[in-house]
Design a protein around this ligand. Structure first.
Ligand code: SF4
Length: 329
């Protein structure tokens, strides 16, 4: 889906780094390089999909952007402001403007609170509205996510997985954010319910002008919702492109392998599956040169020694791979 309703960048992420120190390691200075120099931007009203295998750093990227965990390095700018420099009221405003939807809606809801109290929590924390006004906002938000206002009096265990994720969306929506980080929001749901929740997210985006960072390991899901997509491997962004183009013409060998694993919807349409050898290397001890080189079918000598720089191969299409050394737009 290529968006035409988007113009200016709302979020800019530059060279974001998050390293976790490893306690008890034999090597005193050991760190897990969870996010290692990630840069991308998201325009207002756009959905940017961040994909990759489990442990590639995509969830950590989202949490560092939201300041749920501190960054090791890099910059995040939101509507022109340096997010890591915000303090006091400006920080409180940012915390309202940027919300998150979690993968596990049940785990993110307090079982002892009614759904209404859970949804209203953000309003209470930020001191917004009277009790009556908050109640009205909860009812309106429940309606907006396709649930009945009277559900506010019920508890999380009384709902299905899909309904609980709608409640998770309502918790994010009630603060009227500009940016929502959707962290694997449909991964825990049945396939039949996934499409309903994805459609709800798209409808809410159109109605409220929302901007999404959509994190997922399932490329078919990301294809459905994202305008542009970034592919992460071992803490690095290896390819970024408009959604349609990435699926039509993936350039990085890792992206090609990921896409080859998606089942084809039309009978008779066959695609040769690229099977990756070996496991994802440990971010505690990443390979030299290109991080993908131990698993790459196109391995060259240079790949083991030199980290490939990110090149732009076409409008908005970047790739970090030595195969394209002579190719730039
Ligand atoms: Fe493969 Fe080399 Fe490209 Fe890395 S830089 S993806 S090892 S061809």
């Amino acid at each position: 889906m290529t968006s035409t309703r988007v113009t200016e960048p709302l979020l800019q992420v530059r060279n974001l780094v998050k390293h976790f120190p490893v306690r008890g390691s034999r090597f005193r200075r050991s760190v897990v390089r969870a996010v290692d120099g990630v840069s991308f931007h998201i325009r207002r009203g756009e959905t940017f999909g961040l994909v990759g295998e489990s442990g590639c750093g995509k969830t950590t990227t989202g949490r560092v952007i939201l300041r749920l965990i501190p960054a090791t390095g890099g910059h995040v700018r939101f509507a022109g402001q340096d997010v890591f420099e915000l303090r006091g009221r400006a920080l409180a405003t940012w915390r309202r403007q940027a919300q998150i939807i979690f993968q596990d809606p049940y785990g993110s809801l307090n079982p002892r609170l009614t759904v209404g109290a859970s949804i209203a929590e953000g309003l209470v924390v930020h001191g917004l509205g009277t009790r009556r006004e908050r109640e009205t906002r909860v009812h309106e938000t429940l309606t907006a996510v396709g649930l009945r206002p009277e559900y506010a009096r019920r508890y999380p265990h009384e709902f299905s997985g899909g309904q609980r994720q709608r409640i998770g969306i309502a918790r994010a929506l009630i603060l009227q954010p500009q940016l929502i980080i959707c962290d694997e929001p449909v991964s825990a749901l049945d396939v039949s319910v996934q499409a309903q929740v994805l459609n709800l997210l798209r409808d809410l985006q159109a109605a409220h002008g929302l901007t999404y960072l959509f994190i997922a390991h399932n490329l078919a899901v990301v294809r459905y919702i994202a305008d542009r997509i970034g592919v992460m491997y071992l803490g690095k962004l290896v390819e970024t492109a408009p959604g349609d183009e990435l699926y039509r013409q993936p350039r990085h060998p890792y992206t090609q392998a990921l896409l080859s694993a998606i089942p084809q919807p039309r009978p008779g349409q066959r695609q040769e599956r690229i099977v990756l050898g070996g496991d994802v290397p440990s971010p505690l001890n990443p390979p030299t040169g290109c991080p993908f080189h131990p698993r790459c079918a196109h391995l060259m000598d240079v790949c083991k020694q030199v980290m490939p720089p990110t090149r732009e191969l076409g409008p908005g299409h970047t790739v970090a791979c030595h195969l394209y050394e002579d190719e730039t737009c």
